[in-house]
Design a protein around this ligand. Structure first.
Ligand code: 5AD
Ligand code: SF4
Length: 457
């Protein structure tokens, strides 16, 4: 479905006359970041200007996440805070979109406790956003209603990226896996792959605008193409096509599911000059028993076998997601997780304490593990990770890496920053002319969360 906005011109005059601005607050994953870029694109096409200060913005859009519970409290706190402004001031609008609002109980709570919200939309509803906004602004008509997750793919939605050289491109939406702890399949619907031509065209036009690095996004990127009728187009084929696009120098993707990581994708990575030497491979748990309870469809041994295969790619590094404290995770189960962490040597670990999500299968398990044990396990995992990291970093000292110079370092304004192919942050001396270019950098020292180096070419 091609995105069209027949309300654009009808609303623009009002928006521009009143100099309306917007601020987007994004929670959660990169998929949400990408959706927020599209909401920014739609709003700007309707005349809104970006405002960084929430207190000054006319329209505040919350793009929500429901993967873990704490995000809900954050949203409701923020809405409560905005109530007075919304009611007292003219031309203040509140929009709530994304995964959280795809849950009926959240919608009910907004209706009852936060009825001043103007527009609520779920996860796949950008095409109806312009009309809802038009109604809210020009007809003072609120829209807080439940909308089923659509199956349509919305193409050609205007998009505005925060970055000038790095961009993310969604290739597949939704998830069919139903891991027992995860709410995503319920709020983002079934897998839907974008047509290869649409993806390639988007990336070609990004390359023309000067973008150098592309992050391909999907809940499960290596299921790409499984939903096509003839099933003849695969993720490996898509990667090969993207490799051919002039101007794109670095290709990343996330997340692949370990159960679906096929040999042909590994082969394409090996042959590629552009695909980053970094694989994000969500582990979740190292215990085969817990993995079974999680419905992950691989064992500890199968995961390790895949890692061994991937380690044949020169200079490859790994990052992962781990959940500690899944219901009834025993000390032995947790030790299995620590064992995998030691054996793989992850450069980045996103760690989460299990959060019960209503509607998922795991939510029905009677959990005997105390909250304090879970916190203690998280601390032990963090400690192990910080012990391993310097050893991995030290292996990079003296080596040379191509790095896309992203800009000035936030913490040290004298220096510039970028990432190696392995996704390691490096800081180094440079000048503004280097920004947006790929430079060869020799690593000189390691500082746990970043490396220091110097440009040699
Ligand atoms: N509790 C804790 N972490 C979760 N994740 C997904 N669902 C939950 C949950 N219920 C984590 C997984 C996933 C990442 C995006 O969020 O590790 O890979
Ligand atoms: Fe959730 Fe599992 Fe799908 Fe990832 S693969 S989005 S963890 S159900």
């Amino acid at each position: 479905m091609r995105f069209t906005n027949s309300y654009k011109d009808k609303i623009k005059e009002y928006v521009e006359k009143n100099k309306l601005t917007y601020k987007i607050d994004t929670m959660g994953c990169q998929m949400n970041e990408n959706d927020s870029n599209k909401y920014a694109g739609i709003l700007e096409s309707m005349g809104f200007k970006k405002e960084l200060d929430e207190k000054k913005a006319n329209l505040i859009l919350f793009n929500t996440c429901c993967v873990r519970e704490n995000a809900e409290n954050t949203l409701f706190g923020r809405l409560g805070f905005l109530k007075n402004r919304r009611i007292r001031e003219e031309n203040v609008y509140i929009v709530v979109v994304g995964c959280m609002t795809q849950q009926k109980h959240i919608l009910d709570k907004i209706k009852i406790s936060y009825p001043f919200v103007d527009v609520v939309l779920g996860t796949n509803a950008m095409s109806i956003f312009p009309k809802k906004l038009y109604d809210a602004i020009l007809n003072h008509k609120k829209s807080i209603e439940y909308i089923e997750v659509g199956n349509e793919i919305e193409e050609e939605v205007p998009i505005i990226y925060d970055d000038k050289y790095k961009a993310s491109v969604s290739i597949i939406y939704g998830c069919n896996n139903f891991c027992s702890y995860c709410i995503v399949p319920y709020v983002r619907g079934r897998e839907r792959s974008r047509a290869p031509e649409d993806i390639i065209n988007d990336i070609k036009s990004l390359a023309k605008k000067g973008y150098k690095e592309i992050m391909l996004l999907g809940q499960n990127v290596n299921s790409y193409g499984n939903d096509f009728k003839n099933k003849k187009y695969t993720f490996a084929m898509l990667l090969k096509e993207i490799e051919k696009i002039d101007g794109i120098e670095i290709i990343r993707f996330m997340s692949p599911h370990p159960k679906d990581f096929s040999d042909d994708v590994i082969e394409v990575i090996k042959q590629s000059k552009k695909i980053a030497r970094q694989i994000h491979l969500p582990l979740q748990s190292g215990s085969t028993h817990i993995l079974k309870e999680m419905n992950r469809k691989y064992t500890k041994e199968q995961y390790m076998k895949l890692v061994d295969k991937l380690k044949k790619i020169p200079d490859v590094s790994f990052s992962t997601d781990i959940i500690v404290g899944f219901p009834n995770e025993s000390e032995e189960d947790f030790i299995e997780t620590l064992d995998v962490v030691k054996k793989v040597g992850f450069d980045q670990i996103y760690m989460f304490i299990y959060s019960k999500r209503t509607g998922t299968r795991a939510a029905n398990i009677d959990d005997k593990v105390s909250a304090s044990t879970k916190v203690e396990r998280l601390e032990r995992l963090k400690k192990l990770y910080e012990e391993i990291l310097p050893t991995l970093n030290k292996k990079m000292i003296g080596k040379e890496y191509n790095v896309l110079v992203e800009g000035k370092s936030k913490n040290n304004k004298e220096l510039y920053t970028g990432r190696t192919s392995q996704n390691k942050v490096v800081i180094f001396k440079a000048d503004d002319k280097a920004v947006g270019k790929i430079k060869k950098i020799k690593i000189e020292s390691e500082h746990l969360w970043y490396l220091k180096g110097k440009i040699i070419d």
